[in-house]
Design a protein around this ligand. Structure first.
Ligand SMILES: Cc1ncc(C[n+]2csc(CCOP(=O)(O)OP(=O)(O)O)c2C)c(N)n1
Ligand SMILES: [Mg+2]
Length: 571
């Protein structure tokens, strides 16, 4: 390797340092030891510095891959993900990833190159107005035109991304701001007068909320991704157990409450458990914690939780009463609020309610019919759960397989599920699993993917191979864009328009990328194939030919109430 050209330790006030050197220094100071991205002209000065940097760089094959990797890293570790792309097409390739992170409140800082500051607005080569384009899909964004501003802005970006309700922040940097050097010492003090995320909950509100909980006969805790972000899992479990409160989680809340706990209702909503949905409809007190009443959760709003007093604990005041009228809001950090709540929550005898719930659970477990039509996708997930002792990190694509993963894995811990919740981005599985493995090298990371979703980003398998990341990709190949096919079957007279999805030979594709490729077609061979996959030290693509006719149940048809769900084979 060429001799080191750049300094990592900079003089006081960064005098004499270039913008690119400052970039590197500031990232190190923010604790970034790993970054994802893809190079280009407008970020050449930064990449030149990265060549010498102690920050590890993972190059993706597409910028969308890089930003999903950064989000997978963030979801798996709780740390802020960092990603870099060049101006123009490199930058616009990040947009889906920004939107995804925005919807799921994932802490992320995305850096994009921009044309020279004097050319901005000129339709210069590879110019795109990234602050304009990204405004609706970021928590905040910055355009840096002067090297003097770069250090401070990077600090502010990481601060905004990771505090309050986390989210993606974009920093667009004119290339001259990375080339120019500083003549005078620079001030790195953050300057964010309007940004004051509330962290501590109001005690009067907390008491009012707990009074309602204590007086209720049929309470339900409804827990979302906010509990993961705030690290409030233990506090939430303590409140649930002390108060004898059954707990249902959203897709992004999976793992915050051990599903083997008798108080667990599992996931709620469109493809949630019948128990969770019935419990929400019958409860007299619904306590939402770090959840935002998404329409996939509530079904028809007018009839959602019709008998309940609603308590909403959330760090983001703008999500209070946004979709559902809330009786008692408590704004602040979930961990802080739940810690205080634990004092006031009383242990109430709720035997009749808990018996009713036990009855529903016995009658309506997530279920499927074994024995006909080849390998059942649900069984693939169940087996993966058993073989990994419910302890793996599981990424998913979007579709039926994602819902089966949510229903059948058996979640135990937070940060186990890496999935695209709010945006529902097909193609999220492959790169997010890679990012998760980067952040948690010791963990078993498995991408439970669909043939359609996998096809969108499978080019990144080579990124796993070349970075020695032993990610396991299980492709549930039903030869369809299955979730859309299911809607066509149920609501469009089985007219399968553009949903049959024949794949190339994915085993050969995997081998071409340098991964191990495997295929399993017989139910009797499934367990052995999964075992072999898990034992293999490197990345594996295991294609499981699954029953193409299988549908996800329960299902609350769009616009219907939760209790009107179709139970499918359970009925
Ligand atoms: C980028 C993107 N395009 C389109 C969709 C709409 N969509 C949702 S699920 C789905 C089918 C997914 O197919 P596959 O990955 O094979 O999963 P399956 O449902 O078959 O398990 C489609 C097309 C989407 N969610 N994301
Ligand atoms: Mg499919």
């Amino acid at each position: 390797m060429a001799k080191r050209k750049y300094r990592e330790q900079l003089p006081p006030g960064f005098v004499g340092a270039s913008g690119a050197e400052i970039f590197n220094r500031m990232l190190l100071d923010q604790g970034v030891d790993l970054m994802f991205g893809f190079p280009g002209g407008a970020v050449l000065p930064i990449f030149d510095v990265l060549f010498d940097s102690s920050i590890k760089f993972v190059m993706s094959r597409h910028e969308q891959g890089a930003i999903h990797m950064a989000e997978g890293f963030a979801k798996a570790t709780g740390r802020t993900g960092a990603v870099i792309a060049t101006s123009g097409p490199g930058a616009t390739n990040l947009v889906t990833g920004l939107a995804n992170a925005h919807m799921d409140s994932s802490p992320l800082v995305a850096f994009t190159g921009q044309v020279r500051s004097h050319l901005i607005g000129n339709d210069a080569f590879q110019e795109a107005d990234m602050t304009g384009i990204s405004r609706p899909v970021t928590k905040h964004n910055f355009l840096v035109k002067r090297v003097e501003d770069l250090g401070r802005v990077i600090r502010e970006a990481f601060h905004i991304a990771s505090t309050g309700r986390p989210g993606p922040v974009l920093v667009d940097i004119a290339v001259d701001a990375t080339i120019n050097t500083l003549d005078e010492p620079v001030n790195l003090e953050m300057d964010l007068p309007g940004y004051k995320p509330r962290t501590s909950g109001h005690v009067r509100q907390i008491k009012a909320a707990t009074d309602v909980i204590n007086a209720s006969e049929r309470p339900v805790l409804y827990v979302g991704g906010g509990v993961v972000h705030s690290g409030a899992t233990d506090e939430m479990r303590a409140v649930a157990e002390k108060g004898r409160l059954p707990v249902t989680t959203t897709l992004l809340g999976l793992g915050t409450f051990d599903e083997s706990n008798p108080l667990a209702l599992q996931m709620l909503g469109m493809h949630g458990s019948a128990t969770a949905n019935y419990a929400v409809q019958e409860c007299d007190c619904l306590v939402a914690v770090g959840a935002r009443f998404d329409d996939r959760v509530t079904g028809k709003l007018e009839t959602f939780a019709p008998r309940a007093k609603i308590i909403h604990i959330d760090i983001d005041p703008t999500s209070i009463s946004k979709n559902v009228k809330v009786d008692i809001p408590v704004v602040g950090d979930a961990r802080d609020i739940l810690t205080k709540m634990l004092e006031y929550v009383e242990t109430v005898d709720r035997t009749p309610w808990l018996e009713k719930i036990a009855e529903w659970k016995a009658r309506y477990p997530f279920a499927y019919e074994k024995g006909s039509g080849g390998i059942k996708p649900q069984e693939v997930v169940e087996r993966i759960g058993e073989l990994t002792n419910h302890d793996a990190v599981i990424a998913t694509g979007v579709g039926q397989h994602q819902m089966w993963a949510a229903q059948f894995y058996g979640w135990r811990k937070p940060r186990q599920i890496i999935t695209s919740g709010g945006l529902g981005t097909m193609g999220f599985g492959v790169p997010s699993a890679i990012g998760a493995q980067c952040g948690r090298p010791e963990a078993t990371v498995i991408d439970i993917d669909g043939d359609g979703s996998f096809s969108m980003t499978m080019g990144e398998v080579v990124t796993a191979v070349q970075n020695d990341l032993p990610v396991k990709f299980v492709v549930m190949d039903n030869e369809y864009l299955g979730m859309v096919r299911q809607w066509q079957e149920m609501f469009y007279d089985r007219r399968y328009s553009a949903t049959p999805h024949p794949c190339p030979d994915l085993v050969k594709v995997a081998e071409g990328f340098g991964a191990r490729g495997m295929r399993v077609t017989e139910p009797g061979e499934l367990a052995d194939a999964l075992n072999e996959m898990l034992k293999h030290p490197g990345p594996v693509v295991l294609v499981a030919a699954v029953d193409p006719g299988e549908n996800v149940f329960p299902m609350v048809p769009a616009g219907k109430s939760l209790h009107e769900m179709e139970l499918g084979r359970l009925a």
